[in-house]
Every structure is written in structure tokens, then in C-alpha cells.
Design a protein around this ligand. Structure first.
Ligand SMILES: Nc1ncnc2c1ncn2[C@@H]1O[C@H](COP(=O)(O)OP(=O)(O)OP(=O)(O)O)[C@@H](O)[C@H]1O
Ligand SMILES: [Mg+2]
Length: 198
């Protein structure tokens, strides 16, 4: 299974989603995370060697494939992919995950992304991310709107918790964090994994 995390906006949680989904998938089968963003956020997240899976870049990916023979691959991408980037992704990828916050500006960018992805006709699913924990009502309204517009959306929502911002600096996953909400967040990512793999 090859999963790509994409979106037109920066800072919507692509890298955070990619790292956690790779960890969830790696529990079942060897998973490789490819950091295809020149900012190399996932590579630097992995630098302290505390993540349970391998991270490669586009240039080291062939080597990593030969060496670890991953069953699953997660690709973290940069914001604002070009039409060519999307076409390239669509050739190999089984599912594009589009994280979005519920902020109106991010939402507008999401709809534009969905239109472009629909044009190249490939499987995608929206993930509501960084949702304030006290606004479950609003997010279920949004889920309904998306479903009404025939836009596939994960039932699982990832809520906003400030400890998540510290994870890349510590080089760890939510499951390894010492925070009251850490296991709740990890459970959300596991539940996304269940929605993908059934
Ligand atoms: N659920 C969450 N709760 C709180 N903060 C979050 C959550 N998800 C991501 N963040 C934080 O939001 C910021 C942006 O997240 P992230 O880097 O994953 O987004 P991105 O889409 O990959 O950004 P970029 O476009 O810069 O690559 C980071 O500081 C991250 O720690
Ligand atoms: Mg990123």
C-alpha cells in the first residue's frame, strides 16, 4: 500500500499525519516513510533515531527499498503540489490523504485540492485535523457537508493538543509522549489505520 499525504496549504498537519500513520502501519508490516518535501521535516523528526520505521528522501528511496523491502510506503509531500506533482503521485499511489483544519481558509484550499484530484481521478480521503477538542459539533457538521458533496472523509478526527507541537523536536510519536492526552491522540491515529485497512 502506498499512501501519499498532500495538500495545497502549509501547516495543516501533513508531516504529523505522515509520521503517525507510518508508525501505525509499521506495526503490521515494514513501512517506509519518504520525505518528499525539501524542507525535510520528516527527516529531521527521525534524526534522533527514536521513530520505529525508516525515513528516506526521494534520492535515498531506491536504496531503502532494496535494503528494507517495505510492504507499505507513506509519502509526505510539500504544500502547493503542481499539477505535474499530482500526476506523478497518482501513477503509483493507492490513496491520497488530504489533511485539513476546519478553519475557513484551509477549508477553501481543501476544496480546490479536491477539484484537482478529482480531475486526475484517483482515490483520496479527507482528514479533519487540529480540531479544537471543544468543537465536536462543528466538525461533525463539516463531515456531513463533505459527505453530502460526495467527498470521502475519515470518521476519525484528530484533535488539537499543544503537546503535539513538541513531538518533532523530541523526535518521538504521540504514543511515546508523557502527556495526559498522548494515548488519546495515538488511539486516533490507530483508528485512522483501521479505517484504511479495515
Ligand atoms: N493535532 C494537532 N494538534 C496540535 N498541533 C498540531 C497538530 N497537528 C499538527 N500540529 C502542529 O501544526 C504545525 C504544522 O504541522 P505539520 O508540520 O505536520 O504540517 P505540514 O502540513 O506538514 O506543514 P508544512 O506545509 O510546513 O510541511 C506543527 O507545529 C505541528 O506540530
Ligand atoms: Mg510538512
Amino acid at each position: 500500500m502506498i499512501i501519499t499525504i498532500a495538500g495545497y496549504k502549509g501547516g495543516i498537519g501533513k508531516t504529523t499525519t505522515a509520521v503517525h500513520l507510518a508508525a501505525v502501519m509499521n506495526k503490521n508490516a515494514t513501512t517506509l516513510l519518504i520525505d518528499a518535501d525539501e524542507n525535510r521535516s520528516a527527516v529531521s523528526w527521525a534524526r534522533q533515531k527514536k521513530l520505529p520505521f525508516n525515513v528516506a528522501t526521494e534520492s535515498t528511496a531506491p536504496m531503502a527499498f532494496t535494503k528494507i523491502r517495505p510492504e507499505h510506503t507513506v509519502i509526505d509531500t510539500k504544500a502547493r503540489p503542481s499539477a505535474e506533482d499530482l500526476e506523478e503521485i497518482s501513477e503509483a499511489c493507492d490513496l491520497i490523504i488530504l489533511p485539513t483544519t476546519t478553519r475557513p481558509m484551509d477549508f477553501e484550499a481543501l476544496i480546490k485540492t479536491v477539484e484537482k484530484i478529482k480531475a486526475i481521478d484517483m482515490p483520496y480521503k479527507v482528514l479533519l485535523n487540529m480540531v479544537p477538542p471543544n468543537s465536536t459539533r462543528k466538525s461533525s457538521d463539516i463531515t456531513e457537508v463533505l459527505e453530502g458533496a460526495n467527498i470521502p472523509v475519515f470518521k476519525t478526527i484528530v484533535y488539537r493538543y499543544s503537546f503535539i507541537e513538541q513531538l518533532p523536536l523530541d523526535g518521538i510519536l504521540a504514543s511515546q509522549a508523557k502527556d495526559d492526552n498522548a494515548q488519546k491522540v495515538w488511539k486516533q491515529y490507530r483508528s485512522i489505520g483501521k479505517e484504511i485497512f479495515g
